[in-house]
Design a protein. Structure first.
Length: 335
């Protein structure tokens, strides 16, 4: 099959012919309908640097084959699904708690296992979710990042009408904005230095989208009110401290952005305000099912998040440009 793999000069990608996946155990092979490009893919390409790796974990596809222990009755050939891209042992405490990411044997599709930048991919049959025909094909690859945002909103839910601050208008910040609007938040102020991203945030429900390099964040809220809820979605040093500084007394700060460098913040800010700081990663099954139900009913429409769709041949060049400048919303690969 055709796939896009890390080249011998990472982070560059290249198209290649690789072996078709052979499903083992309860695995199911999907024909990939679409796979989103995640910011973590950009990071993995530059840091992990494993030539031949097939990345991509935001996967929607169609069942085409089963492993010997797969539940073919539940997932017949032709089933349209999205995948939670984690493979655990299925027996440990983490797996039993519906958190395969906490399994000591956990593997992430697109990192420890071949991913979705390919015509076909093998995934765990335990980690599939049916997606109804009422969900548009174009947005199906967005289920995974939307589920990450749904999980963060579950951990730090704004009360009805509460103002919310979102730091960072990349795909996760945009997904947080979309969910916050759907779940009844009041003012939603999104901060990002990129003008195209600010436009997307406004389209997806932000009350105001501000440039933090030129505008004070607190001034964007009515009556200059400090927000009781803040989501840090950019993963850049300094933003946690900024979120704490802007948040209201007894406010709640959720850190969704993945910062892989050392960071500092002033503890007195959190102490003096009695802030709650929560970190969020991955998801539970209910975050996928909630997302699929909201998409199927039309309660949320994330289509504006998709700013470009590319095929396998075009992905290496587009990936290179994203590595230099993540310039907009979500790029989706359609093999």
């Amino acid at each position: 099959m055709r796939a896009v793999v890390l080249s011998d000069a990472p982070p560059a990608l290249e198209t290649a012919e690789v072996a078709d996946p052979t499903p083992l155990g309860d695995e199911v092979v999907l024909r990939v309908d679409g796979c989103g490009v995640c910011g973590s893919d950009l990071h993995v390409a530059g840091v992990i640097g494993a030539p031949g790796l097939v990345m991509g974990h935001e996967i929607a596809g169609e069942v085409v084959d089963h492993g010997p222990d797969a539940d073919a009755g539940r997932w017949p050939i032709g089933s349209r699904v999205v995948a939670r891209p984690l493979v655990g042992c299925g027996e440990c405490a983490g797996c039993r708690a519906d958190r395969p990411d906490r399994c000591l044997q956990s593997q992430l599709v697109g990192l420890q296992r071949p991913g979705g930048f390919a015509e076909y991919v093998s995934v765990s049959g335990r980690e599939l979710f049916a997606i109804p025909d009422t969900v548009d094909d174009a947005v199906r690859p967005l289920v995974e990042p939307l589920a990450i945002a749904r999980h963060a909103m579950r951990l730090t839910p704004p009360e009805q009408g509460e103002p919310v601050l979102v730091l960072g208008a990349g795909p996760i910040g945009l997904a947080i904005t979309l969910w916050a609007r759907h779940l009844g938040a009041g003012e939603i102020v999104v901060s990002d230095p990129s003008e195209p991203r600010r436009r997307l945030a406004a389209e997806l429900g932000a009350s105001a989208a501000v440039d933090p390099t030129t505008e004070p964040l607190g001034a964007a809220f009515a009556d200059r009110r400090q927000p009781p809820v803040a989501f840090e979605c950019a993963g850049r040093p300094g933003l946690l401290n900024e979120a704490m500084s802007v948040a209201d007394w007894e406010g709640r700060v959720n850190v969704v952005g993945i910062c892989l460098s050392e960071d500092t913040f002033l503890p007195w800010t959190g102490i003096s305000k009695e802030l709650q700081i929560r970190f969020s990663i991955y998801y539970e099954s209910r975050d996928f099912t909630d997302t699929i139900e909201a998409l199927a009913s039309g309660a949320i429409d994330p289509s504006a998040m998709i700013t470009e769709t590319v095929g396998l041949d075009a992905l290496p060049e587009r990936f290179a440009r994203l590595s230099r400048d993540a310039d907009g919303g979500k790029v989706v690969v359609r093999p």
